[in-house]
Design a protein around this ligand. Sequence first.
Ligand SMILES: [Zn+2]
Length: 249
Amino acid sequence: MLNDDDLNRYARQVIIPNFDEEGQERLLNTNCLIVGAGGLGCPVALYASAAGFGHIEIYDQDIVEISNLNRQIAHKNNHIGNSKAENLVQECLKINPNISITSKKILFDESIDVSNFDLIFDCCDNSETKYILNFLSHKCKKILISGSAVQMEGQLAIWKSGLNKNYPCYECIFPRTNEKAPITNCREAGIIGPVTGLIGSMQVNEAIKEIAFKNYQSTAGNLFLYDGLTLNLDKIKLIKNNQCPVCSD
Ligand SMILES: [Zn+2]
């Protein structure tokens, strides 16, 4: 049962058809992992906290630098030198002090137990962590909501291969390769803040649907591509790789 404070705080979302008070209760009972407290992790954590995802854990080993501030919207000028994960937790609590939210100031790696999480947000900017998150999410049957952004382009996908064997996983679509990968990190290739803000917002939008909504069509199995130069948003249906080392039987 929602208390009076919850009913007021979440009033504008529980009136949406298919959301309802039961949807809000499910959000409040959801345990989220957010990997990355940067350009994507900031909007993801802020919107997830505001929406009332009740339990959140944020991983990031970095400290706030001045060059982060064009996009990492929770971090302010007076936060330079602070832990990103801890700072993001404090900013989320300013919006919603009623949730339980914690920081881990370490690099996320394959030794971390994800079995207690219901939902995992991939907000990291390196491919090795993305492969680890994909492997753990598949193995432990979790929903993985993955975002990436570079220069003026962003990508979004919902991966549920562990929950439904017909869905592809991240590694089906982006297989590991020995070839040198193109530069896709913000430090070397550049990024503008609205692109990370848009993709992060979309990640939480998909999470709210997956957890709170009754009668909705999951967008898992699709890749969304946003081009900020042309304003095109494409949705591509993905095909599972039956030889995938992660998700094929
Ligand atoms: Zn796969």
